[in-house]
Write a protein that binds this ligand. Structure first.
Ligand code: MG
Length: 245
């Protein structure tokens, strides 16, 4: 004869072990706080409501020359800023640690040069780590130096370039490196990049400060500006915004 007790016991034995310890109500696994902040997405290419706008096409007020504390010497025209050849890099007045960045760039429509000499600029995260900007549309160069690469560190997953003269986007998630008191690396920087909405760097570990010659290495630092490279090509930028994380 099956008693109620024996039925309950036998059915309990058939249950997986985790079920015996499982919570009994749906509410037990609901988490109500913290409540994520409400952010209003931008319409079209406009920044979301909580972004720090670094460039909206009207002025270079958020930027300075990398050669001392002087106004950014780049050209402002038609809602875009363009490298002033030979005048040097520009950087933000503000410093950043972990962030989400949106930036749009355009390499020259008049194609000249080849390899690294075609539409070269760069976005230096925390002033030290270069996300390459290059006209890599039918332009051969070393893979770890093409557009979407972490220069000389990480080849992009794909070549997501639009044609020269067309506006392109980078959306970047940056996790800054952390350092111990003695200057050693506690955790390296990490980067995720979408180029024109296509994943090109997927949580890539940064090996250290970008080097043209030799291996990258880290030097202890805190929050630092964003920097845009003057590599002698007339690369333009627009619609730059950042969200601190
Ligand atoms: Mg570059």
């Amino acid at each position: 004869m099956y008693t109620v007790k024996s039925i309950l016991l036998s059915s309990a034995l058939l249950l997986p072990a985790y079920a015996l310890f499982a919570q009994t109500k749906p509410e037990d696994t609901e988490v109500w706080t913290p409540v994520p902040a409400v952010v209003t997405p931008g319409v079209g290419t406009a920044p979301p409501s909580d972004a720090i706008v670094l460039f909206n096409g009207s002025n270079l007020d958020q930027w300075v020359s990398d050669k001392g504390d002087r106004p950014a010497p780049w050209t402002l025209q038609d809602g875009a800023m363009t490298v002033a050849k030979g005048k040097g890099a520009i950087k933000t007045k503000a410093s950043f640690e972990d962030f989400q960045l949106h930036i749009e760039f355009r390499t020259p429509s008049v194609v000249k040069g080849e390899g690294q000499g075609r539409g070269n600029s760069g976005i230096f995260l925390q002033e030290q780590y270069e996300l390459q900007v290059l006209d890599s549309y039918e332009n051969k160069t070393y893979s770890n130096g093409q557009a979407g690469s972490i220069y000389k560190q990480s080849i992009p997953l794909v070549n997501a370039c639009r044609k020269p003269g067309e506006w392109q986007t980078y959306d970047v998630i940056w996790t800054a490196p952390r350092f111990n008191n003695d200057g050693s690396v506690q955790s390296p920087a990490r980067i995720t990049v979408l180029q024109n909405g296509i994943l090109v760097q997927n949580n890539t570990e940064i090996k250290g400060k970008t080097q043209y010659i030799g291996k990258p290495y880290y030097t202890k630092h805190g929050a630092l500006p964003l920097m845009l490279q003057d590599h002698g090509d007339l690369v333009s930028f627009r619609n730059i915004w950042i969200r601190k994380l």
